[in-house]
Design a protein around this ligand. Structure first.
Ligand SMILES: Cc1ncc(C[n+]2csc(CCOP(=O)(O)OP(=O)(O)O)c2C)c(N)n1
Ligand SMILES: [Mg+2]
Length: 531
């Protein structure tokens, strides 16, 4: 309680946006979420942990050197020993988190610092935006205006510049595609939105389009493994203009004809008026029909992913469920996915219509992310409806966080995909061997679970659109259960896996691998990035 109280005092004075969510532990630990939503989607948050005054209590409690543990995971660690150090240390920590490529920092507080009287400091700059000298944009505006087939690629780093991205795209008539975490920067029902996601369209198709373009403006994309679909994206270096807040990122990933170290927002604030001046002379030749044809091609699912069927509904297909969810949700809603097959399906079928409208653990990491992420998102953006779409395996990890949502009066809708399995892993096992091991789940009775934590419960049946709308509009927590079953495709995948097993025995592993490569080109379970 004391910890919570001290944090609230700080929050009132200077760090309102820092300490949105605070929980006390017996050891005096606090977990705080500065600018929570940004933290979730950009991993630029900080985690605050507490421990007793500089003491060595190795044999009292299970104390560990938390700073040492965090070193490989963070951009830096800080320790606050006294109340007068609090503000300065927080300032430094926030600056470091935001500087260049954003990333997490850890701040450790001792109980001394938490219990002493607050010592206000002279006003300083709480958050230092990454401020780097930027070259002149004058070179880019004419190049953009004279490009016949310009394309804009946006990533997470362009989220805060969404209105400017839209303005620029509309001014040029240039199509926009995004990395998965940049989805929604241009709403996916906009005529210039190509609606690409590696889980949705074919990377070969987007490469074909990139090949055709004469200038690609890449805004705020790290272009690491996930942003490039495992480095399958073929970006034409000689035709790329890149903007990124981190010089390192520009240097390390994907060389460009021109690279600007700047925030995308600051860059576009200067570029858009320059392009506007050249407006009449823009040579962009994309037609609406061309862009719409590309969008249709890019929306066509790339792989033959064996989708489950939705039981008890009029439609049976998950695509229809996500269609109903989209129609039930206001445009600016936030959907948080977890790690697993449900995320693949969500990314394939759900259109994102607002920046930060989709949060998910990239590269299928961190099961258990969905529900806490949804809580954090709602705290950071209380005016936006928030829905978590999670697997039953993930729900087993962090579903009890619904109690936190209840306690804090946080309105949420949590849709749990009940397939009874670690679905994504099961499919991989079926595809490889035709049988499974250790993927069956022991699920609770979800209705009883909801009742136990005080949440409402709904089962997806019939046409769920109005039910979903009602869940989203009602205050409080609603647990929605979607029951899934195997489709004909799932059985086909199993049969193929069994065949593969037999072939392995007859021809040996190497030959089967080669055969699988050939088959994969024609569809099947895509190889996973990281699970
Ligand atoms: C903590 C953790 N453990 C294991 C994994 C590997 N993994 C990725 S997806 C997945 C299956 C998730 O199952 P579920 O939550 O039921 O979702 P589904 O695939 O069925 O939609 C697993 C085990 C992970 N990403 N995180
Ligand atoms: Mg599951």
């Amino acid at each position: 309680m004391r910890t919570g109280y001290r944090c609230e005092v700080l929050a009132e004075s200077r760090y309102g946006e820092w300490l949105k969510f605070v929980a006390a532990s017996p050891e005096g630990s606090i977990y705080a979420a500065p600018q929570y939503l940004a933290a979730l989607s950009r991993a630029d948050g900080g985690r605050l942990v507490g421990r007793s005054p500089g003491s060595d209590h190795r044999f009292h409690l299970q104390a560990i050197d938390q700073q040492a543990v965090a070193v490989p995971l963070t951009k830096g660690t800080f320790r606050i020993d006294a109340p007068e150090d609090i503000e300065r240390a927080l300032e430094k920590a926030v600056c470091l988190a935001h500087e260049g490529e954003p990333g997490p920092v850890l701040v450790e507080w001792t109980r001394n610092a938490l219990e002493g009287a607050a010592v206000p400091q002279a006003p300083g700059r709480a958050v230092a935006p990454s401020k780097v000298e930027s070259p002149d944009v004058a070179e880019v505006a004419p190049a953009l205006a004279s490009a016949k087939y310009p394309i804009i690629l946006v990533g997470q780093g362009a989220i805060d510049a969404a209105p400017l991205v839209r303005e620029l795209a509309e001014m040029l008539g240039a199509p926009v595609f995004s990395t998965a975490s940049g989805r929604g920067i241009l709403p996916e029902d906009h005529a210039l939105a190509l609606c690409f996601d590696g889980e949705r369209g074919n990377v070969d198709t987007i490469n074909e389009l990139l090949d055709l373009s004469d200038l690609v403006l890449v805004l705020g994309c790290k272009l690491g493994f996930s942003g490039t679909m495992g480095f399958q994206l073929k970006l034409p270096s000689e035709r790329i203009v890149r903007v990124d807040a981190s010089e390192d990122v520009l240097r390390v990933t994907c060389p460009a004809r021109l690279g600007f170290v700047d925030s995308v927002e600051a860059f576009l604030e200067r570029l858009v008026p320059e392009v506007a001046k050249l407006g009449k002379h823009c040579s962009c030749s994309w037609t609406k029909e061309e862009i719409s044809t590309w969008t249709t091609r890019l929306r066509r699912p790339a792989t033959d992913l064996p989708e489950p069927i939705v039981q008890g509904t009029e439609f049976g297909r998950v695509a229809h469920f996500f269609g109903a969810l989209r129609r039930a949700l206001p445009r600016d809603s936030i959907v948080c996915a977890d790690s697993g097959l449900h995320q693949q399906l969500l990314r394939r079928y759900f259109d994102v219509l607002a920046p930060r409208g989709l949060l998910f653990p990239s590269e299928y990491q961190s099961m258990g992310y969905g529900v806490p992420a949804a809580i954090g998102a709602k705290l950071a953006a209380p005016e936006r409806p928030v829905v978590a779409v999670v697997g039953d395996g993930a729900f087993a990890l962090s579903g009890l966080e619904l109690l936190t949502a209840m306690r804090e009066n946080i309105s949420l809708t949590v849709v749990v995909f009940n397939d009874g399995y670690l679905g994504r892993i099961r499919l991989e096992q079926l595809a490889a061997h035709g049988r499974t091991n250790s993927v069956r789940l022991q699920n609770p009775d979800f209705e009883a679970f909801a009742l136990a934590v005080g949440a409402a419960y709904r089962l997806v049946e019939g046409n769920p659109e109005s039910m979903l709308r009602e869940c989203i509009e009602r205050p409080g927590v609603t647990l929605v259960e979607l029951r899934l079953g195997d489709s004909a495709r799932t059985h086909a995948i199993r049969a193929r896996g069994l065949g593969r097993n037999v072939a392995r025995k007859v021809f040996g592993e190497e030959m089967v691998k080669k055969l699988m490569q050939i088959l994969r080109r024609g569809g099947g379970v895509p190889p996973r990035a990281a699970v």
